[in-house]
Write a protein that binds this ligand. Structure first.
Ligand code: FES
Length: 319
């Protein structure tokens, strides 16, 4: 499956807050940017073999530009540092078409958007979309401090600024996120969206569940996911070469394939990005990713080999 990539140019680059680069990407050569829905991300092909996903945080109604924000992560495996160091104004880069794993629910009566730190990015696009639809929503932006947070100026000047609330750890207690006031008790038709550091998301999700919100009304986008490779050993057959390998307990399919010389392209290695997607010809996958939709998982004809395993003793892959 060869994906069609789009070449874009960094039209504007701004450093905001503490270590966040905000990039405005425009098409080159008279191309147009594909439309996107709020919550979508694009893959940025930073360098050969280095692909990372970043949420679009521009107004989905604006077809002239894609905006994204990238936090420089000191523990980066090359992704965020590569973006900061190489994507300068005027430079060109290849990106995928937008893909949305974090869509807005269709018929919400009210939406509560809770972004922690750089997790604010998909929430901004969602707020633009909800405002354009005339829907009821609130956007809550939580961070360690005002000076370290990006996008504050933009959020003060948007048409929905009266629906934006900021909460900083080092400011007065009255402005801290008050879950009793924001979430209250679950009401029908109210949907919650959260994105940010794992601890922040677990706090939001746990609190919302305790308040009676249904799990399918709590929408989440992960930056980092724990990979669980536990489970019985199974055989993987690479149909094109006929090579076969036993995947040990605690080992990923990816690593087992590498042991017999089969290299699969990877990026996140956490089941988030979809780069390592392979077609399944035989056998039943044990899906452990957050990339495939429930329907795609139920079809059992694709697998992400960086994190998923098998429920059947043998998997035959179209590789
Ligand atoms: S490498 Fe990202 S899902 Fe496998």
């Amino acid at each position: 499956m060869t994906e069609q990539l789009l070449t874009v140019q960094v039209h504007k680059r701004q450093l905001q807050g503490d270590g966040v680069v905000v990039l405005d990407l425009i098409p080159v050569g008279g191309a147009t940017l594909p439309a996107f829905d709020a919550g979508a991300h694009v893959d940025i092909h930073i360098a050969p073999g280095l692909v990372r996903q970043y949420s679009l945080c521009s107004d989905p109604a604006d077809h002239a530009v894609y905006r994204l924000g990238v936090l420089k992560d000191p523990a980066s495996r090359g992704g965020s540092v590569g973006v900061h160091d190489t994507l300068l104004e005027g430079s060109e880069v290849q990106i995928s078409a937008p893909r949305n794993l974090f869509p807005l629910a269709k018929a919400a009566r009210r939406s509560i958007l809770l972004g922690g730190g750089i997790g604010i990015t998909p929430m901004i696009a969602m707020a633009y979309a909800l405002h354009a639809r005339g829907e009821d929503f609130e956007l809550h932006y939580c961070g360690r401090s005002r000076s370290r947070s990006a996008f504050l100026e933009q959020l003060q000047s948007v048409a929905f600024a009266d629906r934006v609330f900021t909460h900083f750890d080092d400011e007065a207690p009255e402005q801290k996120l008050d879950m009793d006031a924001v979430l209250g008790q679950a009401e029908s038709g109210v949907h919650i969206y959260t994105c940010g550091p794992t601890g922040f998301m677990e706090w939001v999700i746990g609190d919302a569940l305790k308040r009676g919100y249904a799990d399918d009304h709590i929408h989440r986008e992960y930056f980092q996911v724990e990979v669980d490779n536990s489970g019985a050993s199974f055989e993987v057959v690479a149909a094109r070469s006929g090579k076969s390998v036993q995947v040990a307990e605690g080992q990923s399919i990816l690593d087992a394939l590498a042991d017999v010389g089969i290299k699969i392209e990877i990026s996140c290695e956490q089941g988030i990005c979809g780069t390592c997607l392979c077609d399944v010809l035989e056998g039943e996958p044990d899906h452990r990713d957050v990339y495939l939709t429930d329907d795609e998982k139920a079809a059992n004809d694709q697998i992400l080999v960086c994190c998923s395993r098998a429920k059947s003793p043998k998997l035959v892959l179209d590789i």
